[in-house]
Every structure is written in C-alpha cells, then in structure tokens.
Write a protein that binds this ligand. Structure first.
Ligand code: NDP
Ligand code: 2IT
Length: 450
C-alpha cells in the first residue's frame, strides 16, 4: 500500500464523510509523489500526516432573527489549517452549500497557495451555510454580528485574518468588522477586503482578476506569444470575472464572454465593461439586461446549455478563464475548447476545472495555470492590506498594482522553475504544488514538532 493511499485511509477514519477533502488531498499528494519519493526527510518528520490535519477546527452555532421575528440557526466554520508561514489567512464564504468537507478541502489548497506567494501568510478558511440571496440588509447585519460573536475570540491581526469570498463582500466585511470592534474595543487589521474609507487597500477589489490576467500573460510570453488580439472566454460575472476582463482589455486582449447563474453572454466585438459593471456592481441585475444597450450580443440561458457542459466553453476562443465556481469546466468542455484551438486555460476561480479536464489539457500540452497560482493575486493584496494596516500607511493604486504584478511574476517563475526541476516543464500544477509544499514543509521542520 502506498504512503498516499495509507494517508487517505487514515483520513477516512479520523475525518469521516469528507469526500471533497479526500479528493483534494489525493490530488495534491499525487503531484507531490516525485518529492515525497526522493526525500526521506519529509516522511521522517511526518510532514504529510501533520499537513492534512488542520491545527484547529472551529464549528459553531449562528443564531439570528429574521425580519419576521423568527429565529434562524446556521452553522459557522473557521478551519485554521496551518500557521508555519504566518497568521492563518483565507476567506469566509456564505453559501448554502458550505459544509466541513468543502471548507477543509479549500483550506488545504489555501495553505499551498499562500506558501507559493512567498509572503508571510499561513492558510485558513471559514464560512457558513447561510444564503445571503434575497435577505434584507438588516438580516445580513444580524447574521454577520452573530457570526462575529463567536469568531472574534479566535481571530486577530497576528493570529487569523479572514477576508471575503462568494457571498461575503464589502457590506458583510463592514458588519463583521463593526461587531469585532465593539466586542474587543480594538481598531485593527483583523479582516481584509475592507472599505477604502476605513482601512482597505486600493486595488484589493481588482487584485484577483488583474493577477489572473498577468499570469496568463506570463504563460504566453514564455512561449514567445502575447495576449494581444486574443479572444478570451471568461465565465462568471462577479468580482474575479469583471477585473480579469478589465485587465485583459488593458493588455490588448478581447474578452468576448461572461456568465452568471442565469446564463452566458456572448459579444463577439468584446464585452462592454461599463455596461457589465453597471449591471453587476450597481444594479445587481441579471446578465440578459445587457442586450438592451447591445442588441448585437447573444444571451444563452442555462436551459439551453449543452447537457454535458457549460455554454461558455462551446464558443470558439483562444484563451479560457474560468472565474465563477468549482467544477464549472468538465471533460466534454475541455474537448470542445481544444478542438476550437484554445491555447491556454487560466483558473481565476478555485478548482473550476475537473481533474479529467486538467488531464486533457496537460496531455494536449496547452498552457494551464492552476488557480492556486493564477488566482493568488487576491490573497497577496490582502497581505499587502495587512502590511499597510500594521504600518499605518496607505499605498497608491499604482504602487499596489506594481507589487501585485511582481508577486504574480514570482509565482509564475517559482511554479515553472520547479516544474522544470522535476522534469515536467509544462506541468504548472505539479510545479505549483511542489513549490508551495517545499516552503511550508521546510518551515514546519525548522519549527519542530508543534
Ligand atoms: P462572486 O460572488 O463575486 O461572483 C461569482 C460569479 O460566478 C457570479 O457571477 C455568480 O453568478 C457565478 N456563479 C457562482 N456560482 C455559480 C454556479 N454554480 N453556476 C453558474 N454561475 C455561478 O465571487 P468571486 O468573483 O469573488 O469568486 C469567484 C471564484 O473565484 C470563486 O471560486 C472564489 O473562491 C474564487 N476566488 C476569489 C477571490 C477573490 O478575491 N474574490 C480570490 C481567489 C479566488 P450569480 O451571481 O448569478 O450567482
Ligand atoms: O481564494 C482566495 O485566495 C481568496 N478568496 C482570497 C483570500 C484572502 O484572504 O484574501
């Protein structure tokens, strides 16, 4: 029985019924095989056994009262995975699908992502099975306050610094920060993604999308190509998708699609960014409203999607940017993208590409930028927000963007040099996993058995 198989079997006993978590651990450990097999030191120090067990898992009741005066109860989580490289860092997600397995699999990934940035941040994740859709402002505020009534005792600017993700934007961060301040009496950088009025960093909102476009640029440049004139297929129409589109335009590319949970928008001459921002950031409207000012565009409702996949990936394009959610690009989509001549896939979302689709891209030798590397711009600028808060400074938009670009370049170099070192120069999944693993594992060894 292999070491990896033994680890999974053990996890099935210690953490029962966490399918997504086992899957993530198996995928990462498989790509670590070359380093685990060659270096006895990591086994000697039981690094894998320690890495797969979070340092601390907090689960708690979140009671709150809705507008009808009825008592509601949700379940909250904060998984403090690994602090070898710095305070736990990673988002909070409010979505009905949230459970311990999902938070753990994403938290495990975050440890490697944060290590890869080269910044002093450990890995953690949290959230609640709360659906913010359709809730009033008052309900959101009462939920966030109740969530913080438990969370405040576990977090702090040098211990654990959560941020936003799906369902947690500037409004929710504001309500949680207010409650933290009230409970502790301290005004400090305990959350990132804060409003620019009170401690947020310029360019944090743009960071994940901008970083994703920079990462695509670095992958293409390494092949002597560029983004100029490339038709880009983007999925999602949220924070990551919008700012990926913005930076793609700045770098000379032509984004022609985006999507939300109602359907896919295709505009061959290029998505109009002003209209998209107005719809999604101001009016919070569905994407089909785009057609009124732009009758030349096409909207494909979800009901007309192919049975085996997503409409975005069936439109001919040069580059793909999955920026919506996990498992949104499957094997049938990958086959279609490849037959339409797609030359690069850059993951803006966390794990948007299923494993069989990743294998197809790897076999076809096209560029594949794994989310762990390509979407690390968000957490990186969160760390820059922490640095500004701690030093009581504020940096200009251009300064943060310059630092972000340098961090993304370093991440790309690190992943590609590591892939080359292990004899698989095209495999940035392997490169990113091993590079992240080495940094966190070596720090754990130096810090002893803790
Ligand atoms: P948002 O909530 O701002 O946007 C998500 C977008 O994806 C929305 O347009 C949403 O449509 C769409 N979407 C979500 N789920 C589905 C689904 N099941 N089917 C179809 N469309 C869907 O989130 P973000 O842009 O912040 O996050 C997107 C992804 O990027 C997530 O995987 C997140 O973990 C990852 N990420 C985010 C970072 C950040 O800094 N924000 C950093 C790194 C990764 P609708 O509104 O209709 O639901
Ligand atoms: O997945 C991610 O890296 C994020 N959503 C950003 C986390 C953060 O702490 O800014």
């Amino acid at each position: 029985m292999t070491y990896i198989h033994q680890t999974i079997l053990k996890l099935q006993h210690t953490s029962p019924a966490q399918t997504e978590f086992y899957q993530a651990v198996e995928e990462v450990l498989n790509s670590l095989r070359p380093i685990l097999e060659n270096d006895e030191n990591y086994r000697h120090h039981a690094i894998i056994e320690r890495l797969v067990e979070p340092e601390r898992q907090i689960m708690f009741r979140v009671p709150w009262v809705n507008d009808l005066g009825e008592i509601q109860v949700n379940k909250g989580y904060r998984i403090e995975f690994n602090s070898a490289l710095g305070p736990y860092k990673g988002w909070l997600r409010f979505h009905p699908s949230v459970n311990a397995s999902i938070i753990k699999f994403l938290g495990f990934e975050q440890v490697f992502k944060n290590a890869l940035t080269g910044l002093p941040i450990g890995g953690g994740k949290g959230g609640a099975n709360f659906d913010p859709k359709g809730k009033s402002d008052g309900e959101i505020m009462r939920f966030c306050q109740s969530f913080m009534n438990e969370m405040y005792r576990h977090i702090g600017p040098t211990t654990d610094v959560p941020a936003g993700d799906i369902g947690v934007g500037a409004r929710e961060i504001g309500y949680m920060f207010g409650q933290y301040k009230r409970l502790t009496g301290r005004y400090e950088g305990v959350l990132t993604g804060k409003s620019l009025l009170w401690g947020g960093s310029l360019a944090r909102k743009e960071a994940t999308g901008y970083g994703c476009a920079y990462f695509a640029q670095y992958m293409l440049e390494a092949k002597g190509d560029s983004l100029a004139g490339k038709r880009c297929l983007v999925s999602g129409a949220g924070n990551v998708a919008i700012y990926t589109i913005e930076k793609l335009y700045q770098l000379g590319a032509r984004p022609i699609t985006c999507s939300d949970s109602s359907g896919t928008l295709y505009h061959a001459e290029g998505i109009n960014l002003d209209t998209l921002k107005d719809l999604k950031e101001v009016r919070k409207a569905r994407l089909d409203n785009y057609l009124a000012p732009h009758p030349g565009a096409k909207f494909i409702p979800v009901s007309e999607y192919p049975d085996d996949g997503h409409a975005v990936w069936r439109i001919p394009g040069d580059l793909a940017f999955p920026c919506a959610t996990q498992n949104e690009l499957g094997a049938a989509d990958a086959v279609e993208l490849l037959s339409n001549g797609c030359i690069a896939v850059t993951e803006g979302a966390n794990m948007p590409t299923s494993q069989d689709a990743v294998d197809l891209f790897r076999d076809a030798r096209i560029c594949f930028g794994p989310g762990k590397a390509a979407n690390a711009g968000g957490v990186s600028v969160s760390q820059l927000e922490m640095a500004q808060n701690a030093s009581m400074q504020t940096w200009s938009f251009d300064e943060v963007d310059r630092k972000l670009k340098a961090i993304m370049s370093r991440i790309y170099q690190n992943a590609s040099e590591t892939a080359r070192e292990f004899g698989k120069p095209h495999d940035l999944v392997l490169g990113a996993n091993i590079a992240g693993f080495r940094r966190v594992a070596d720090a754990m060894i130096e810090q002893g058995v803790v």
